[in-house]
Each structure stands twice: as C-alpha cells, then as structure tokens.
Design a protein around this ligand. Structure first.
Ligand SMILES: Cc1ncc(COP(=O)(O)O)c(C=O)c1O
Length: 420
C-alpha cells in the first residue's frame, strides 16, 4: 500500500472488504447502503489499524520530548506532513498546516492573512454555492473591517456565472475564495479559470477543496492558488484533522492565529516571538493520532490512484443521473452532465418533503442526507427549503444506486405521489 508500488487495480468488491462498517445491517435483515459520503466517509481497516498502532505503540506528545516515544511520535507526525504534501503536489512540506478541519483552515486564513492585509473597501469575491464555512468567516470580517463581499451567482443548472465573475473580479479584489466542488449540487468549479481571473488583478485565491481532495487528483502548483484547504474525515481519515496549504513565504508573512504552546519561539511577560512555519499555526498539542491516520488514508487513496477514484465516481454518478432521472416526480438539481459534477446527486421528490424521503430511505437501509447541506444560499437560489442528497465514494456500487432508486420509488408510492 505504498505510493511507490503504483496503483492497485480498482476492484470495488476488494475495496468494500476493507470497510467493516459496510457489512453492517442498520436493523435485522436491512443492510446498510451508505450514500452520505459528502458529509463524511467511512474508514478502512488500514486507517483504523494505524490509529490503534499509534496509541498502542507510540503514544507521546511531540516536538518537546527527548525520550524514544516522543521522538517516534514526532517522526510519524512530520513524515505525515510530507505524505500529505506529496499527495497535493505541494513543493515544501512546511507549507502544510494541520488544523481541526477545513472550517478551521479557512478561519485561519481570515485571521492570519485577511485581518493583517485587508482594509475597508477591499473586496473579497465568493460564490453563491459555497458551504457556510466559506461564507461566515468573511461576513464576520466584513462587519469588523468594512471589507466588501461579492458573490458569483449560480446559473439554473448549478454552474457558476463566469461572465459575472469576469466583471466582479477587478482591481479592488484582494481575495477570491471558492469551493472546488459544491457539496450541495456536486458542481465541479473551473477553479483554474477563476485563478487566472484573480491573478490578472494580483488577488489571492483560496480554494475550499473539501469535496475535491477526497475525489479527484489535486495539484496545488498546477492550480496556482495561494491557499488550499481540506478536511480529513471526508477522505477516509478520522474526525478532527484538517489541512491548510499555502506557500511557505505566504505563511511566513501572516500573523498568528491561535496563541499558546508550540507556536512560540520565546515568551517573556512582556511579549512573545513566533515559531517558524508551519508550527506558528499549530498552537497547543495537535491531533497527532489524527495526523498519522490521515497519512494512512492518503496512502490508501494513493494506492488506488486518484484518476481511478474519479473515474469510478463519474461512472456511478452518470448511472445515478440516468436511473433516478427516470423516476416520475424526481427533479435532479445541478449540472446535467456527469463530467461537470462529482459524485453527488441532490434531488427532490414531488409532493414529499426531503426529510420524509430520508426517513423512508433509511427504513430501507439507504443513508442519504436531507436538509440545506450547510449551503442555504444554494437552497435559496433553487427556491427549495431542502433537498435529499445521495453522494458516492470508492466503495459504492451500481447495485447501491439501484437500491436508492427502488427506495425512492417506494417513497413515492408510500406518499401516493406520481405513479411509478
Ligand atoms: C465544500 C465544503 N466546505 C466545507 C465543509 C466543512 O467541512 P468541515 O466541517 O470538516 O470543516 C464541507 C463539509 O461538508 C464542505 O463540503
């Protein structure tokens, strides 16, 4: 399972055997069909074993100890930084900052970079399809600093209005902060085009890659962005571990975020000086076990190859769009073409509230998410209160798509909807 061994064949049944939870029944005789991967992924035995191994054999606090366990834990932690850097083609592991999740990574940029460099009247350009975690930190900053927020609107098919983006991004733009893939609709955003627009005006670009890194190849150097944020629990790792990448010089030029142990070089009662990056942004005892597990998750994904992961999900979403699209009363939101979307299918069943859809699906073992998906502006643009969302990952199969479709048809019958 080492990257240097090259990808293993993409064998979905073999992959499924690595995920014990997929053998579960949610109640007697009702097997789990887990289609809530945009919310969080399941964890393979390789990652679970790494967590156990760390706490069983190496557990110690890092960076401060001279004893064997502390040095081993430090080495595992710093090696993981290199593994993650390689995975997103970051040129220097010191550009990898470990955080709790993508939300914290974005807040880190808002505190450490934007609070230092943005002034009244400076513009930050976002999009209408952002997760709340890439809207709220900027609204807080707007209220505090008087910066101006602009939003690239969503077109009816769930893609972005790039003509508007060309006019919105201008000389006053200091930051463009965009999702690489909408968690609510699956829209794959042409981030490289947006980076090009921003760079014409010298603006920085933050990419919320929470839905990209788990599902397709990532290359921060090819992308040319300035900040790249993602979250471990959506990519086979445990909760509580996230990443912010930025070039070392940019991290160097930023102010600190959280203050405390490990992020300092010296402390007197009068003042403190900051540790070198990335430690300047890793205050307090970090989630060492989570970092080690994240590296194991990256190794697992690398062993499959991210091109193969994308191809598998593309096939599933293409199949799901066709099968679900044939069910009377179903409206599918987002781009019609599987090439333009990740493994996410958000839909409405005529006459049935999405929460009811979710409950009937659960009675058939099918786990989907219902609600606003932390993207209320997307719901407002679609003029719906909520959607039901099925989202796929490496271990999902076309049989599971069939189970979803059968359960949606049953829901329709149960509520006396459009006849199927
Ligand atoms: C695009 C996107 N951004 C941000 C987040 C927030 O992730 P976390 O809660 O791990 O910080 C999510 C989670 O659903 C997401 O899909």
């Amino acid at each position: 399972m080492n990257q240097s061994n090259g990808p293993r064949p993409f064998d979905v049944e073999a992959i499924r055997r690595d995920f014990p939870i997929l053998k579960r029944e949610v109640r007697p005789g009702v097997p789990l069909v887990y289609l809530d991967n945009a919310a969080t992924s399941q964890k393979p035995v390789q990652v679970l074993a790494e967590i156990t191994r760390f706490y069983r054999d190496h557990n110690a606090n890092i960076h401060r100890g001279v004893h064997t366990l502390s040095m081993e834990a430090t080495e595992l932690y710093e090696n993981a930084r290199q593994t993650v850097a390689t995975f997103i083609n970051a040129p220097d592991p010191r550009g990898i900052v470990f955080t709790r999740n993508v939300t914290e990574s974005i807040n880190l940029v808002a505190h450490g970079w934007a609070r230092k460099y943005l002034h009244e009247g400076d513009e930050v350009v976002l999009t209408e399809i952002e997760h709340h975690s890439n809207i709220v930190p900027w609204q807080i900053l707007r209220d505090e600093r008087g910066i101006v927020l602009k939003f690239i609107p969503m077109l009816p098919d769930g893609t972005l209005d790039l003509d508007y983006a060309r006019t919105a991004i201008g000389p006053r733009t200091k930051l463009v902060s965009v999702t690489a893939m909408s968690n609510a609709l699956g829209t794959i955003v042409p981030v490289a085009d947006i980076v090009a627009m921003a760079k014409e005006h010298g603006a920085k670009v933050l990419v919320d890659a929470a839905q990209q890194v788990p599902h397709m190849p990532s290359d921060v150097q090819a992308l040319g962005c300035d900040f790249f944020a993602f979250t471990g629990h959506k990519m086979l790792a445990p909760f509580g571990i996230g990443v912010l990448w930025a070039p070392v010089e940019l991290l160097d030029a930023m102010g600190p975020f959280l203050g405390g142990g490990d992020m300092i070089l010296t402390v007197t009662l009068e003042q403190s000086t900051w540790n070198e990056v990335p430690h300047k942004f890793e205050a307090g005892t970090p989630n060492v076990g989570g970092v080690v597990a994240l590296a194991a998750a990256v190794d697992y994904l690398s062993s499959l190859g991210m091109e193969a992961v994308r191809a598998h999900e593309r096939e599933l979403v293409d199949y799901a769009l066709r099968r679900l699209g044939d069910v009377p009363g179903v409206t599918i939101f987002g781009p019609p073409d599987a090439d333009q979307r990740g493994g996410v299918v958000s839909f409405d069943l005529e006459g049935v509230h999405p929460h009811d859809v979710g409950q009937v699906l659960d009675s058939r073992g099918v786990a989907v998410r219902t609600g606003h998906h932390c993207a209320q502006p997307v719901m407002a643009a679609l003029n719906v209160p909520a959607t039901a969302r099925a989202s796929f990952y490496i271990y999902n199969t076309t049989d599971e798509v069939d189970a979803l479709v059968a359960a949606v048809e049953e829901t329709s019958r149960y509520f006396g909807g459009v006849s199927v």
